[in-house]
Design a protein around this ligand. Structure first.
Ligand SMILES: Cc1ncc(COP(=O)(O)O)c(C=O)c1O
Length: 414
C-alpha cells in the first residue's frame, strides 16, 4: 500500500492526461477557424440569415444517410425536440434507462409525460429488453434508447418490442457518434436519433445537438417546427401551430461543427483503438471492462470497467480516490453513484412549482423512485469506474493507465 500515490508514493501517470476540457485533448483545426471567421466577417450569426447551420445539417444528413437533420442548441434540446415531435398526451409513458444523463429525462418531464425506468443489462449497462417489456403498459408511447458509453443497445430485441406494441423509438446517441449496430449507424435504427456536441463529446461545438429522422411527420407535426416555436417559416409570414421551444443552433456553433465533422471519423477511430489497446493491457488485472456487444461498433465515450466489491478490502469509492491520486481522470458510476431516478428532480417530483406534475395527473403511473426500482442499475452505479476517454491518448498514456489500475487493484485485493 505504501507505494500508492494516495499514501505519498509516486504517481503511475506522469503529468496530466489529454483531456476534453482544453486543447490537451480537443483538436480544432484551420477549418474551424476559417469557418468561424467567415461567420464573424459576414455579420450573420443566426441561421435566419447565414448559411452555416443549413450546411452543417446537410453534411450530418449525408453522413447518416437520412432525409431530415435539424440542428439544436444542445443534446437535451435535441431530445426535447424529439419528444415534442411525438406529442404525447399528459400522463403518457416513455421508457428510458436509469443510466443516462439528466438530459434524457428532462424532455419527458417537460412534456408532462411520465418517465418509466427499465433496468439494465449488467454487462453492457444498456437497457435490458426483458425489463423494457415488463414496463410496457397501454399508456406507453415511446422508448428512449440511450447507447450508453457509446456502445449500442440490443436494438433487434428493442425494435421487435416496438413493433409489437406500436412504440416510437428515440435513440439517444449523445455518446454514440458513428457507433454501429450490425452495420447500421446508431441514430438511424429507430424512428429518430439525437446527438450532443457538448464539450466532452466525440466532437464538440461547446454546446450543440442534432436530431435526425426519415419520418415525415406521422404525428402531424413538422420536425423542424418542434424546435422553432411551432413556426412553419417555409410558408412565409408568422404562425405558431403548437407549443414548442426555441432551440436554434447559432452559426458560430455550426461553423465549429462543420470543421469538427471533417475530423469525426479520425476522432472516433482513435478513441476505439486506444480503448481496444487498454482492454488488452488490462487482460490480467481483475477488472471487467464494459465492452460493446458482438457485431456492434462501440465508440467509447467513457472507458468504463466494473470492480467486484466482494474481492476488495475497501469500498469502490475509496478505490476511485486512489486511482485519481495516481492520475486517472475518472469517477464512480454513471450518471453518478446512484441511478438517474434517485436525483431530486425525479425522486421528489421537483418539476413545476409544488404541483408534482406530471406524476400527480389523475390516473398517472406512480413508481417509487427508490433503490429497489432497478437493482442492476443500482449495482452498476456503485461498482463502475468511468474514465474520461480521449482521441489523443497514446501508447505511453495507456501503459501508465494500466499500471495505475493494476497497482491500485492489487493493493486493495481482499
Ligand atoms: C446520454 C446523454 N443523453 C443526453 C445528454 C444531454 O446532452 P447535452 O448535455 O448536450 O444537453 C448527454 C450529455 O451529457 C448524454 O450523455
Amino acid at each position: 500500500m505504501k507505494n500508492l500515490a494516495i499514501n505519498g508514493g509516486p504517481r503511475a501517470i506522469e503529468g496530466v492526461l489529454p483531456s476534453f476540457r482544453d486543447t490537451t485533448g480537443r483538436t480544432f483545426g484551420k477549418a474551424e477557424s476559417d469557418y468561424l471567421r467567415e461567420v464573424m466577417e459576414s455579420g450573420r450569426l443566426s441561421f435566419l440569415t447565414g448559411p452555416k447551420t443549413a450546411a452543417f445539417e446537410r453534411r450530418w444528413a449525408e453522413t447518416y444517410g437520412v432525409k431530415h437533420a435539424v440542428a439544436a442548441a444542445n443534446g437535451t434540446a435535441a431530445l426535447h425536440t424529439a419528444v415534442v415531435y411525438l406529442n404525447p398526451e399528459p400522463g403518457d409513458e416513455i421508457i428510458l434507462s436509469p443510466i443516462t444523463d439528466a438530459g434524457t429525462v428532462i424532455p419527458i418531464l417537460s412534456q408532462l409525460a411520465i418517465p418509466v425506468f427499465a433496468d439494465v443489462d449488467p454487462l453492457t449497462q444498456n437497457m435490458a429488453p426483458a425489463s423494457i417489456e415488463r414496463n410496457i403498459t397501454p399508456r406507453t408511447r415511446a422508448i428512449i434508447v440511450t447507447h450508453v458509453y457509446g456502445h449500442p443497445a440490443d436494438m433487434d430485441a428493442i425494435l421487435s418490442l416496438a413493433r409489437k406494441h406500436k412504440l416510437f423509438i428515440i435513440e439517444d446517441c449523445a455518446q454514440a457518434h458513428l457507433a454501429t449496430y450490425k452495420g447500421r449507424l446508431c441514430g438511424t435504427i429507430g424512428d429518430i436519433g439525437c446527438f450532443s456536441f457538448q464539450q466532452s463529446k466525440h466532437m464538440t461545438t461547446g454546446d450543440g445537438g442534432m436530431v435526425i429522422s426519415n419520418d415525415d411527420g406521422r404525428f402531424g407535426r413538422g420536425l423542424r417546427h418542434c424546435s422553432d416555436k411551432g413556426w412553419p417559416r417555409e410558408r412565409g409570414g408568422r404562425d405558431h401551430l403548437f407549443l414548442a421551444p426555441n432551440y436554434h443552433m447559432t452559426e458560430l456553433q455550426a461553423a465549429v461543427g462543420l470543421g469538427q465533422l471533417e475530423q469525426l471519423d479520425s476522432f472516433v477511430t482513435n478513441r476505439v483503438c486506444a480503448a481496444d489497446r487498454l482492454t488488452e493491457l488490462l487482460a490480467d488485472i481483475e477488472v471487467q471492462p464494459v465492452l460493446p456487444l458482438n457485431d456492434t461498433k462501440g465508440v467509447y465515450f467513457f472507458y468504463s470497467f466494473r470492480l467486484d466489491p466482494g474481492k476488495l478490502t475497501a469500498p469502490v469509492a475509496d478505490i476511485i480516490k486512489a486511482l485519481v491520486a495516481e492520475g486517472i481522470d475518472g469517477f464512480i458510476g454513471y450518471p453518478g453513484p446512484i441511478p438517474l431516478y434517485r436525483y431530486p428532480v425525479v425522486r421528489d417530483h421537483k418539476t413545476f412549482g409544488n404541483s408534482g406534475l406530471p406524476f400527480t395527473l389523475v390516473g398517472a403511473r406512480r413508481d417509487d423512485f427508490n433503490s429497489a426500482l432497478c437493482p442492476e442499475a443500482e449495482k452498476a452505479c456503485r461498482e463502475t469506474v468511468c474514465m474520461w476517454w480521449n482521441d489523443r491518448f497514446e501508447e505511453r498514456h495507456l501503459q501508465q493507465m494500466a499500471e495505475a489500475i493494476g497497482k491500485v487493484v492489487s493493493a486493495y485485493r481482499a
